[in-house]
Design a protein around this ligand. Sequence first.
Ligand SMILES: Cc1cc2nc3c(=O)[nH]c(=O)nc-3n(C[C@H](O)[C@H](O)[C@H](O)COP(=O)(O)O)c2cc1C
Length: 170
Amino acid sequence: MRGLIFKRRSVRTFIDKQIEKEKIEEIVRAGQLAPSAMGVFPWEIVVTQDREKMDRVTEVSPYTKFAKDAGAVFVVCGNLTCYKPGSETGFWVQDCSACIENMLLQIVEEGLGATWCGIYPKEERCQDIREIFAIPEHIIPLGIIVCGYSNEENVAKDRFDPAKVHYEIY
Ligand SMILES: Cc1cc2nc3c(=O)[nH]c(=O)nc-3n(C[C@H](O)[C@H](O)[C@H](O)COP(=O)(O)O)c2cc1C
């Protein structure tokens, strides 16, 4: 049986409709269910539904302009201070990416649409996002999710390419 993942696609046009707080909470709850190397769960999520902040997000890159009509923006960050001194910290990007993907799937479940926009490792974008959301230096904004109600349908394309799958040996 095909699940939600087969419906997810990037949605960049939004209608003027407020996202309910319960939906926001389910989305961040789903994000925090993501798997995490060594069980560290190094993510922190900043959520805004404030028009002024979302307008400032449109300036962060040429690829975030559609935030002007969003109903919410989620900033998923890595907190490297979660790691014990001397332990491997390099998995934070995978962990936080899994968190973002979980959130994207819950967004589909909630009847909303969204696009993941990359922030880290672009230093200038990280700095802009830090300024908008008062994020301290030790917290790294990995990506943002620009989300809202949309008239676009969540119908994913089929990208299955058997040539990219290797059985037993490469
Ligand atoms: C790390 C990452 C960064 C991305 N950054 C942007 C972005 O800045 N702006 C944007 O419109 N889409 C962005 N995307 C969305 C991709 O363009 C999109 O996922 C891709 O074109 C495939 O389309 P689909 O999501 O509809 O399957 C990003 C996706 C990822 C995974």
